[in-house]
Design a protein around this ligand. Structure first.
Ligand code: ADP
Ligand code: GLC
Length: 520
């Protein structure tokens, strides 16, 4: 049998990213880079992920580490030292392994030898030198890739931290045989974070001040915007859901000032829905769950639920529905709606279990709510993979009232774990959850349209009404569990995106310093 996956030619692909599951994770970027790379290995591609060598990397069993030497990396008028290691782990793909190029900085400021990834855990603030840290990462990663001595087909950069890849490949590294025939692809995971830094980084990147002209690719309101640089130079661009691809071109609410740049590249911008790692996120095989279950045998879910209720310290009766939230506590995720609906939420016959860290405002909100109503609100501050999975498994509903959501993974994890999502119709949430329709008995969750506290509470109320009708509820839950969010389809789309980018390289239609200057 020939599958579409087998028909795709093997490619040498390098992902450049600032997070990678299972080595370092802040949010969904890590899950997506890790699971997409693993799927590509399974398809026979030769895949390396370049990652900063953060001090906090947790390297589990099964990884091999090979030193790849050091390099002196051009840095403004001088140089900075870098060191490389190749981590590899056997997988079940034909090419056998996923390689991770760990990029370290050996200069005095030790860009990666720190406890945090983006923020200093001591102050909770972003590191002041993040612009330099991630510019150095990219520049050094390219030097590290030269050591692998293999011509590459695709350099796939993720989010602003890897934003300089497309530009450097078409400028300083354009003549190098390793990159000469490579296509560059840039994926936007979140346009709310663009990497906007002081213009001195331009000199660090090896470009003169004459390129810093208003509205050019290197200038954004008097600063340098790494995301804009990437969007100007990438051969092809993608983002993580079809709906978000439209939203970010529609205006400043979703485009955050880059909507014009995105519209200019409209035909080169594809929306490809994220997949999930269906082996790791499988209620039948999740080692973090005491009671495995699946569609045919959902009984384990009730046991997980009972344990979660106990862990939260909730009374056993009344047995109200249990609503989960696992999230970074930031404005993006719509927590202001919880704030504004506080009184109504406390009157609902429901219980909420919330896990997350982030802005002090929301941490304080949930701490306060849990103190007022411990019998219905449980809040755990922190990052806790085990508890996250127990929430997914033990809850009846999962709430994601996001202001915007490029894709979102938890609604897909929830559907797979038989936990019915209640979401706002934005980005990937709109693309993955269908609103329940009592007339046709179709849909997989509850969807509300506007960023409005009353709409959110009404969606919850609708959900509770259906919850009280077990026959309808079981069907609804089962439809969700039957959804296929595996990488299969989306990895096909990335293969096509790579084909398109490579076709442009072959025909010489690639952005250059000259071409982006005339387009700006
Ligand atoms: P984002 O990347 O915007 O944070 P996603 O929904 O794409 O949102 O991915 C978030 C990922 O991070 C999910 O895997 C989620 O389970 C995980 N996560 C977020 N906060 C926590 C936390 N406090 N503890 C454990 N996992 C968390
Ligand atoms: C971002 C987005 C999230 C998306 C994730 C992975 O962090 O906020 O919606 O799922 O990236 O693409």
């Amino acid at each position: 049998m020939t599958t579409s996956a087998e028909a795709v030619p093997t490619r040498r692909v390098v992902h450049v990213a600032s997070e990678l599951e299972p080595l370092v994770k802040v949010g969904g970027l890590a899950d997506v880079v890790g699971s997409l790379a693993a799927e590509q290995v399974r398809r026979g591609h030769d895949v390396v992920v370049a990652l900063p060598a953060y001090a906090g990397i947790v390297q589990g069993p099964g990884w091999r580490r090979i030193p790849l030497g050091t390099a002196s990396v051009a840095w403004g008028m001088g140089h900075e030292p870098a060191a490389f290691e190749l981590l590899s782990r056997a997988t079940d793909g034909p090419s056998g392994s996923l390689g991770v190029l760990l990029v370290d900085h050996r200069g005095e400021r030790r860009f990666f030898g720190r406890q945090g990834v983006y923020d200093d855990p001591a102050s909770g603030e972003a590191y002041a030198d993040n612009g330099e840290r991630f510019l150095f990462f990219v520049r050094a990663a390219l030097e590290g890739l030269l050591r692998l001595e293999r011509p590459l087909d695709v350099l796939h950069a993720h989010d602003h931290q890897a934003g300089w890849i497309p530009c450097l490949v078409r400028t300083h590294y354009a003549q190098h045989p390793v990159f000469a025939r490579a296509a560059t692809v840039f994926t936007i995971h979140n346009l709310g974070y663009q990497g906007i830094h002081d213009p001195f980084v331009l000199a660090r990147a090896g470009f003169g001040r004459e390129l810093f002209y208003p509205a050019g690719p290197f200038e954004f309101w008097g600063r340098v915007n790494f995301m804009k640089v990437a969007l100007s130079f990438a051969d092809m661009i993608s983002t993580v859901s079809p709906r978000y691809a439209q939203e970010i071109q529609s205006g400043p609410e979703y485009g955050f000032g880059l909507e014009g740049v995105l519209r200019r590249r409209s035909t080169d911008l594809w929306g490809i829905l994220n997949g999930i790692d269906v082996d790791s996120w499988d209620p039948a095989g999740d080692p973090k769950l005491a009671h495995p279950y699946d569609r045919q045998h959902p009984e384990g879910k009730w046991k997980n639920r009972a344990e979660l209720i106990e862990e939260c310290g909730f009374p056993k009766s009344p047995d109200w529905p249990l609503v989960g939230m696992v999230s970074r506590l930031v404005d993006q995720k719509g927590f202001d709606l919880i704030e504004r609906a506080e009184r109504e939420l406390l009157r609902l016959e429901a219980r909420f279990v919330v896990l997350g860290t982030g802005q002090a405002r929301y941490q304080e909100l949930f701490t306060r709510l849990a103190a007022i109503a411990p019998e219905r609100i449980c809040y755990r501050m922190g990052f806790d993979e085990r508890f996250a999975r127990r929430i997914e498994a033990g809850c009846d509903l999962f709430l994601m009232p996001s202001r915007y959501e490029p894709c979102g993974l938890n609604q897909m994890y929830s559907l797979r774990y038989g936990t019915v999502p209640v979401v706002r119709a934005t980005g990937g949430l709109a693309d993955t959850v269908q609103d329940f329709d009592p007339a046709s008995r179709s849909g997989t969750g509850f969807v509300f349209q506007r960023h409005d506290p009353t709409e959110m509470v009404n969606a919850l109320r609708r959900a509770f009404t259906v919850y009280r009708q077990p026959h309808l509820w079981n069907q609804l839950r089962d439809r969700g569990m039957a959804c296929d969010f595996s990488w299969r389809k989306s990895a096909d789309s990335y293969d096509r995106l790579y084909d398109e980018a490579l076709a442009r390289v072959r025909s010489g239609r690639v952005p250059t310093l000259e071409s982006v200057r005339t387009e700006a």
